[in-house]
Design a protein around this ligand. Structure first.
Ligand SMILES: Nc1nc2c(c(=O)[nH]1)N[C@H]1C(S)=C(S)[C@@H](COP(=O)(O)OP(=O)(O)OC[C@H]3O[C@@H](n4cnc5c(=O)[nH]c(N)nc54)[C@H](O)[C@@H]3O)O[C@H]1N2
Ligand SMILES: Nc1nc2c(c(=O)[nH]1)N[C@H]1C(S)=C(S)[C@@H](COP(=O)(O)OP(=O)(O)OC[C@H]3O[C@@H](n4cnc5c(=O)[nH]c(N)nc54)[C@H](O)[C@@H]3O)O[C@H]1N2
Ligand code: SF4
Ligand SMILES: [Mo]
Length: 704
């Protein structure tokens, strides 16, 4: 019996689900987490949390946690092995593949859900230590479009806002964002806005957010570009252009104005189905607003032309001068808890700190800062996620290391991916659970510690670095990803390159150095303690900055952007047809997305909480309009089959007017959904277009 007096403590840390980055007070007994509650002082959430945050400890205690490495044996079964055997298999297996097919034949897929220090170590070990060229991550499925849009428009991947902007706007425009469900605490911030804001939602569905809005425009799926160009035209016609700002701080306005002149009301209504009066009303609202903020999420990013749509939103903010002031901005809301960290420091598509692998100067600078031979840094950018998958099909990629992402469920057109993963010579999956759709296909499973079982930093949507801490022990032989990457480097024989990378906080110091002089400069943060005491700190925070508790900071207050000429650019292009149009056989458009605030992606974590299970409908479902239910003989609550040219899904029909005739909606949380989706990509961001494919629906027959 433990007779020691009970030690109770509370420590605050950032939540490990979404990018809002709420702070949770974790209550400890004898140094181990027993419970948690939302932190009241943290500037992000001020005492609020959504159901996932409240239940964040439950996934750690799940009975199916991976507790030992698992290696596929001669009979084809995954069998427990010790770490030594697992690391031998890892290094031996991948080295054999590289010896036969070249260093590029092994790739990795990383994530936006582990601390920045872990991502950075993975990116460095894989690329500088193991000689890989190709490594991408699930951030591609999510944020790639915003990254490219910002880089081209602002000169750096820099979401400009601070959450206080949600409370300071008098007009809030949400495009393709279901904030109530996907970022519930940000929605609470909207509700705390004292200016009685006009809230405009642009979404084909009447989402929970649209239902709470003051204006809802429901354009036909993937017609946003035409809609937003039409809106820009109306604003220009009304004289809503902020000439002073446009002249001093932007370039390309005249060409843009000429471009959008072709988007008159007939064209817009024909393409979008939005009535001219509704668009006029919105133009008047924006023109009359003093502080207008524009926000977008996956309804924009996950599109065959998402970069242009995101830039059309940026253009609205630029032309009306709604940027760099309180309550304004062209604001991409991030998805995963550390998608922002992965954008800057995962060393996947860009070299550390938003640099370019293809630039010799950038490589030399990073090599100098890290004290490594520049020849160790690949001289070309990685293939994107879809190109890595194609590489498996063509035989160029033979080995794959997947860390903290469940590709076999979440990737587009997943049946094809299942087939391709089976063709690899070696698939290693590093996850909390050996039961994920992807881990079940692996040759080797490495058991990882999760959020709460390790320390490091996350960067939230408003660029705020926050701390995560170790408040629980990983079960069995599971190890923090950080420790696994260190062991891998040792087994590979490249550990000496990473002597300085001895702990997460030591890596944080390396990253600070890599950030010096970059737009994301954080050299002023002298360590974890400072982050803890300040309530998180937003970048940039160069050496010498002073951190007041909970301070908020937005970018571009001086009207200077990151391009060499200091100006933001109007970027635009022509709308393109969707890649898979509806047909007689597949007459409906399938939209996919988040189903409820209690479900997280592929549900490997949230699916373990009995509490969360009571907060959303059980089993897969698909939403259909009453008109289409009649047309296709579907009755509410009935079992139906949804088919596309690639696969099928069984689900329960939810008949609801929140989806328009001609459309269906299915939450992404069921693995069958991506058996249906059509693999098309934005040509410049290579982000998958998850929210448009052609499908059919029918009642399920009794023998099926
Ligand atoms: N509860 C919960 N919260 C989450 C997540 C989760 O899994 N569960 N995931 C997190 C992550 S990683 C992300 S990226 C975010 C995603 O956050 P959101 O992007 O807000 O969520 P989604 O439901 O994917 O998509 C938003 C909306 O886009 C709409 N849409 C579809 N097609 C179009 C279109 O052509 N035009 C327009 N204008 N809208 C369209 C859909 O109807 C949907 O309502 O959520 C984060 N938060
Ligand atoms: N149809 C459709 N598909 C979509 C989307 C959509 O809207 N529609 N949205 C896309 C978007 S925006 C996203 S972000 C992706 C998300 O897709 P995924 O990244 O595949 O989804 P998750 O379920 O979050 O998977 C994360 C995995 O990492 C594991 N994990 C969690 N924490 C840790 C850790 O600390 N260490 C390790 N090693 N493992 C850990 C979890 O157990 C889980 O298996 O899905 C995309 N797929
Ligand atoms: S809103 Fe996001 S960060 Fe906040 S508690 Fe919910 S999942 Fe966690
Ligand atoms: Mo995402």
């Amino acid at each position: 019996m433990n007779t020691a007096p009970e030690r109770r403590q509370t420590t605050a840390m950032v939540c490990g689900f979404c990018s809002v980055g709420c702070s949770l007070d974790v209550h400890l007994r004898h140094g181990e987490a027993v419970d948690l509650s939302p932190n009241r002082a943290y500037p992000v959430n001020r005492g609020m949390a959504c159901p996932k945050g409240w239940e964040a400890l439950a996934p750690l205690r799940a009975p199916d946690r991976a507790t030992t490495p698992l290696l596929r044996d001669g009979k084809g079964n995954l069998a427990p092995v010790d770490w030594r055997r697992a690391l031998d298999a890892f290094a031996g297996g991948f080295k054999a593949v590289q010896a036969e097919h070249g260093p590029d034949s092994v790739a990795f897929l990383s994530t936006g859900q582990i601390p920045t220090e872990e991502m950075a170590l993975l990116g460095a070990v894989a690329k500088f230590g193991m000689g890989m060229v190709h490594g991408d991550g699930n951030t591609r499925q999510c944020m790639a479009t915003a990254v490219v849009a910002y880089k081209q428009a602002f000169g750096f991947d820099a979401p400009p806002y601070t959450y206080a902007d949600l409370e300071q706007s008098d007009v809030i425009v949400l495009v393709g964002s279901n904030l109530c469900i996907a970022h519930p605490v940000l929605w609470e911030r909207v509700c705390a806005n004292p200016h009685r804001p006009e809230i405009v939602v642009i979404d084909p569905r009447t989402t929970e957010t649209a239902a709470a809005a003051t204006q809802h425009l429901a354009p036909a799926p993937k017609s946003d570009l035409t809609l937003l160009y039409g809106l820009a035209r109306l604003l220009i016609q009304r004289g809503a252009v902020d000439r002073g700002f446009v002249d001093a701080s932007t370039s390309g306005f005249d060409a843009f104005a000429e471009h959008v002149d072709a988007f008159g009301p007939e064209r817009v209504t024909a393409a979008t189905g939005v009535a001219p009066e509704a668009l006029e009303h919105l133009a008047a609202t924006i023109a009359g607003g003093r502080r207008v903020s524009f926000w977008w999420t996956m309804g924009v990013n996950q599109s065959h032309e998402g970069v242009l749509v995101a830039q059309a939103i940026i253009n609205l903010a630029l032309l009306t001068g709604n940027i760099g002031r309180p309550g304004t901005g062209a604001n991409s809301v991030t998805g995963q808890c550390n998608a922002m960290g992965s954008r800057l420091f995962s060393n996947t598509t860009n070299l550390f700190g938003g640099r370019d692998f293809a630039e010799a100067d950038d490589r030399a600078e990073v090599a100098g800062l890290l004290g490594i031979d520049p020849g160790r840094i690949p001289d070309r950018p990685s293939w994107a996620y879809d190109q890595i998958i194609e590489g498996i099909a063509s035989g160029d990629i033979r080995g794959l290391w997947i860390v903290a992402t469940n590709s076999a469920h979440s990737w587009i057109n997943s049946s094809e991916l299942h087939d391709l993963l089976g063709r690899l010579d070696m698939l290693v999956v590093q996850d909390l659970y050996p039961t994920t759709e992807t881990a079940r296909l692996a040759d080797l499973v490495l058991p990882a510690g999760g959020w709460g079982e390790k320390e490091g930093t996350f960067v939230n949507s408003e660029r705020r670095l926050g701390l995560v801490k170790r408040v629980a022990r990983a079960p069995g032989q599971a190890l923090a990803d950080f420790a696994i990457f260190k062991l891998v480097a040792e087994a590979w024989g490249c550990a000496d390159l990473f002597d300085e990378w001895s702990s997460p906080e030591a890596v944080f110091a390396v990253l600070r150095r890599l950030s010096a002089g970059r737009p994301c400069d954080v050299t002023g943060i002298d360590g974890y303690r400072m982050l803890d005491e300040a309530g998180g700190i937003q970048w940039p925070f160069p050496e010498g900055s002073v951190a007041g508790f909970g301070e908020e900071r937005r970018l571009f207050e001086d009207g200077r952007f990151f391009h060499p000429d200091g100006r933001a650019r109007f970027c635009f292009g022509d709308p393109r047809p969707v890649r898979e149009a509806t047909s007689r056989r597949y007459p409906l458009v399938l939209l996919t997305g988040r189903g409820s605030s209690s479900q997280w992606h592929t549900e490997t974590r949230t699916g373990k909480s009995a509490v969360l299970a009571t907060l959303h409908p059980a089993g897969p479902y698909v939403e259909i309009s009453p008109v289409d239910a009649d047309r296709f003989g579907v009755v509410a609550g009935q079992e139906v089959v949804v088919t596309s040219a690639r696969g099928s899904m069984r689900a329960r029909a939810v008949v609801t007017p929140t989806v328009r005739p001609g459309q269906l909606f299915a939450p992404m949380h069921d693995p069958q959904v991506n058996a249906l989706t059509f693999p098309s990509f934005d040509p410049s961001s290579r982000q998958p277009s998850y929210k448009h494919c052609a499908v059919a629906i029918r009642p399920r027959r009794h023998w099926e």
